[in-house]
Ligand binder design. Structure first.
Ligand SMILES: CC(C)(COP(=O)(O)OP(=O)(O)OC[C@H]1O[C@@H](n2cnc3c(N)ncnc32)[C@H](O)[C@@H]1OP(=O)(O)O)[C@@H](O)C(=O)NCCC(=O)NCCS
Length: 334
């Protein structure tokens, strides 16, 4: 296990948070629930029918795991009334609210989170990213001052610190949620990714707004206006978070290589030593983190959701038990 992950686990255990796992039908989730509680990493609320969970997972000791059955829980009616209030303007009826909570357990978990009955939600082992995030987007909404829910990966270097990555860790955002962010959304992604770098990765953020252009060296005024978008996002983020070390627009080499940074952006305190990288869209971000992972041997922790008013995280459907445990620990820290 990497040092970064070990530190996250230790910090999470000390917080003793209650995390809801809505996917009681998934064997990996049930096994992770058992291990998390045994290791004292967090308290777990598992959603599903207790008899079915026991039947489908013989030999898994669920002592200490709270199992809530949405179809028979005392607070379901209260959650349904609140869900109706929150979504009636969008066409939800009282009947639909109860029906939703009986069938969409991710929404059920989101309502438990809304009520403060749990501290965080982790789902997605057997649901798509969109179906995992939509309940949170609809009822938990964004944190004060943030308009955009986004995501980042903590990228852990295979051999510790190196010339272009002196921290041995970097944060990449947004590689998984916002497909073509606007300038304002990109600024939100930058500020949220910096918070993830500080609070979860444990590094002092120096944020680079990435592009194929460095400080006006390239332009695409005629086509997609992607360079002006990153320039505008940089200005918005600087105005919203004046104390944050953030600059752009930078090509990746100008962001990480001191010799290139000095040449292309001599006045910047971020050029040449950035550790948080904000990609202009999901295409660049998703491709970028996978190159670092496959060619560079980096471990990618995430995607970590950022900007929700309360912590929610999405698992990859290919996740294993250890991945679930790691994401629960990250969620506890958020
Ligand atoms: C995030 C995502 C799931 C949102 O889904 P969606 O179908 O666009 O959601 P909707 O348009 O129904 O929006 C639901 C609500 O969330 C809000 N919302 C959507 N995206 C949001 C965002 N990034 N930040 C904040 N709020 C957002 C909407 O305003 C809407 O609010 P309302 O219903 O109260 O008006 C979608 O952007 C998506 O699928 N992204 C790519 C995910 C993916 O496939 N990633 C690959 C994995 S590596």
């Amino acid at each position: 296990m990497s040092n970064v992950l070990e530190t996250i686990m230790t910090k999470a255990a000390a917080l003793n948070k209650n995390i809801v796992l809505p996917e009681g039908e998934d064997k990996r989730v049930v096994e992770a629930a058992s291990k998390i509680v045994k290791q004292g990493l967090a308290r777990i609320t598992l959603l599903g029918n207790p008899e079915e969970i026991a039947q489908n997972n013989p030999g898994v000791d669920l002592t200490g795991v709270t199992i809530v059955d949405p179809k028979n829980y005392a607070k379901t009616a209260e959650y349904a009334a609140m869900l109706y209030e929150l979504r009636k303007a969008k066409g939800m009826t009282e009947e639909m609210a109860l029906q939703t909570l009986h069938t969409d357990y991710t929404m059920y978990g989101a309502m438990m989170l809304k009520f403060g009955d749990v501290d965080g939600l982790v789902s997605g082992a057997c649901h798509s990213t969109a179906n995992t995030l939509r309940p949170g987007l609809q009822v938990i909404k964004t944190a004060p001052g943030i308009k955009t829910v986004s995501s980042s990966f903590i990228m852990v270097a295979p051999n510790g610190p190196s010339k272009y990555n002196p921290d041995g860790v970097a944060v990449f955002g947004d590689c998984a949620i916002n497909i073509e962010p606007s300038a304002q959304e990109l600024a939100d992604i930058a500020i949220s990714s910096a918070a993830t770098a500080k609070n979860i990765a444990g590094i002092e953020p120096r944020v680079a707004m990435l592009s194929f252009s460095t400080k006006g060296s390239g332009n695409d005024d005629k086509f997609f206006k992607s360079v002006p978008k990153v320039q505008e996002a940089t200005a918005i983020a600087k105005a919203s978070a004046p104390d944050l070390k953030l600059d752009g627009e930078f090509q990746f080499d100008a962001a990480v290589a001191p010799e290139v940074g000095k040449l292309k952006a001599p006045d910047s305190t971020v050029a040449g030593n950035a550790n948080v990288f904000v990609f202009p869209n999901i295409n660049a971000g998703n491709i970028g983190y996978k190159i670092a992972q496959r060619f560079g041997g980096y471990m990618a922790l995430g995607p970590i959701c950022q900007g929700f008013a309360k912590p929610i995280n999405d698992l990859s459907r290919g996740c294993n038990v250890d991945d679930i445990i790691a994401v629960v620990a990250i969620t506890a820290l958020q």
